[in-house]
Design a protein around this ligand. Sequence first.
Ligand code: SF4
Length: 331
Amino acid sequence: MAEASAKGYVLISGGLDSQLAVCVLREAGAYVEGLVFETPFFSTDRARKAAAALNLKLTVVDFTADEIALIKDPPHGFGGAMNPCIDCHATMIRRAGELMRKNGFDFVATGEVLNQRPMSQNKVSLGVVAKTSGLAGRLVRPLSAQLLEPTVPEEEGKLDRAKLLSLQGRRRETQFRLADKYGLKDYPSPAGGCKLTETNYAARLRDLMEHEGLDYLRLVRLLAAGRRFRLKDGASVILGRNQDDNILLEKTVAANEMLVAPSNVSGPTALIVGNVSEADFKDACAIVAAWSKPPQDGGAVVLEVLSQEGDGMFEVPQPYRREDYTQYQIL
Ligand code: SF4
């Protein structure tokens, strides 16, 4: 093993395999930094937590524009829902490669394990990703490296191949043993995390794509929150389903949006997004009233309205019935 050590970016998901990739590469003599891609469809919290625990410098890359372009037109199609996994993965690797070159690093690494997922992690598909991402020879899979062709940093002696691993298959006993060895305690299960793989979320996304379009980023970001209504003149109402939703909507309201909540009864908070005509405003208020607990005296629901024009109160008299507004509800 030569003295010079390779510098590389490791794609961090926060799961055990990407954490192990960092530990193994360090042991093989490399200097590594972490890289995580951020979009409205998956959180980077797990990756940030893992990087902090590993004392790993982490770069967060905004991947929203790339992901949206792939959802609009996925060259290799979707997985089970609206997840363009093949292209998403290859594009992330390509972006990582661009950063690698820009910053004079030697390689990009992932925590992939040969044959862990029969379709996407067999020898052929690992090779396809390496090639299509333009990174062939500089894409290192430290957990399975000894079963794959040597990469450039290994051939140059900057990365000690003997210290890289030869894991393969779905069994994870070795990973758990290594986790003990490296003192890794906090690692979430590998599955989950990307909303694009969820059927209900995918249906909402498809609906948004057909109506407002995916370039309406504000609505993309709000897609997982609350119940959504599309009103006659085009404004959108996001209605909290529970206390957590209500708090989230209150926290997220932007300067040009309105927030409406009942003040004389308990009920949901609503965020109104878009150009709000008078008719849409009235319908939005009636929706909040209809989903609130009716006042005991059967009278009006009084709403508190926050907007950039100033705060005020608005009364919704009877009748306020859910069935009058379900036609506007989306999924
Ligand atoms: S699960 Fe989501 S983040 Fe992961 S590759 Fe697929 S689309 Fe991309």
